[in-house]
Design a protein around this ligand. Structure first.
Ligand code: BT5
Length: 316
């Protein structure tokens, strides 16, 4: 199947019988190989007549995904959108009706993507933005483990496909060379203390170039393309994620959190560090020395007292 959409963007025909030199083409701004949405530009010579500038874009289509995803239930029911406000919001609405476990909502662009505590999540074209629904029969207190499981699935997806070794920053950030490449948002729907559905949202920066990120996050955000210099197929990443998540989720349901916890610790960059944790109650400092069985961060303060932190922003 052809994965690329090719568009002729411009033609540079000789007017006076002289070929345009590479320098002249560069001046026209047409040899920069990537644009901010991750499209690739390629020059094609047209015999003796000049050049055509071809824009190549990887196709982001439902068909490419559903025909080849290798899972039993994650991503088997999918809703693809060009533009939505937030895939998380659509997933939440879907849970109001009968919805199958593993149902996924995917968008090429979000106009109102959200992080934790309703913070803005920049979701321009070039990234991978999706939410999916799982219905585990687990105690509500252990639900944060699913954020950590998802982080391990993202790390394994990237490591499997690319020469990169992402790190996890507790609880929900994936970093490449110290910069955030992915954020995870886990939201619960529960009745009478029982989980009805967990909605997991993943935002992964794939092919955005530097200018695509707004000024306020440019220094701390990155994309896979920025770290590798390559254009990466978002659909391959998505398929890889579905496979990795499903494997880990089955392991989790059968054998509990311990093995996932071990994998998580191997990729975590927070443990062993002096950190500052900002919670909604205030700020605390200490050494992050592990995670609890529920997935809470364990922090040892200077006086030796141990804190269990369930939700915070971590610096350090
Ligand atoms: C997160 O929140 O990291 C969770 C992000 C989840 C986004 C997905 S996309 C699909 C689904 N639909 C949604 O609407 N959301 C989910 P948090 O830890 O609160 O981090 C938010 C902070 O990350 C912001 O305040 C910015 O500083 C930074 N940020 C925003 N957009 C970013 C981006 N594209 N890349 C890296 N950092 C970003």
């Amino acid at each position: 199947m052809n994965n690329q959409l090719q568009l002729v963007v411009d033609s540079f025909l000789k007017a006076d019988g002289n070929m345009l030199s590479m320098e002249e083409l560069k001046e026209k701004g047409c040899i920069s190989s990537l644009d901010q949405f991750g499209s690739n530009y390629r020059l094609e010579q047209m015999g003796d007549y000049g050049y055509r500038l071809i824009k190549e874009q990887l196709l982001f289509t439902q068909q490419r995904f559903t025909e080849t995803v290798q899972t039993e239930f994650i991503g088997k029911q999918v809703y693809f959108f060009d533009t939505v406000s937030s895939t998380q919001r659509i997933a939440k609405k879907l849970t109001m009706n009968q919805v199958e476990e593993g149902t996924m909502i995917i968008a090429e662009e979000q106009t109102d993507g959200r992080g934790r505590m309703a913070r803005k999540w920049h979701s321009q074209k070039g990234g991978l933005w999706f939410s999916f629904i799982v219905k585990p029969e687990i105690p509500i207190a252990t639900a944060p483990q699913l954020t950590l499981l998802t982080a391990v699935a993202v790390v394994r997806t990237i490591e499997d496909l690319l020469p990169l070794h992402p790190k996890i920053k507790w609880p929900n950030d994936i970093l490449l060379h110290g910069k955030k490449v992915c954020g995870i948002l886990t939201e619960l729907q529960a009745t009478d203390g029982n989980i009805e559905a967990v909605i997991i949202g993943v935002g992964l920066n794939v092919n955005q170039q530097k200018e695509a990120f707004p000024e306020d996050i440019r220094k701390k955000a990155t994309s896979i393309s920025l770290e590798t210099g390559m254009i990466v197929d978002p659909i391959s990443l998505l398929k890889g994620f579905c496979f990795q998540f499903e494997q880990l989720y089955k392991l989790f349901l059968q054998h509990g959190f311990q093995q996932i916890k071990n994998m998580w610790e191997q990729s975590c960059e927070t443990i062993g560090k002096e950190v500052t944790a900002t919670t909604f109650k205030g700020t605390v400092k200490g050494e992050a020395f592990g995670i609890s069985d529920e997935g809470a961060l364990l922090l040892k303060e200077k006086d030796g007292s141990v804190l269990r932190i369930f939700s915070a922003d971590i610096d350090g």
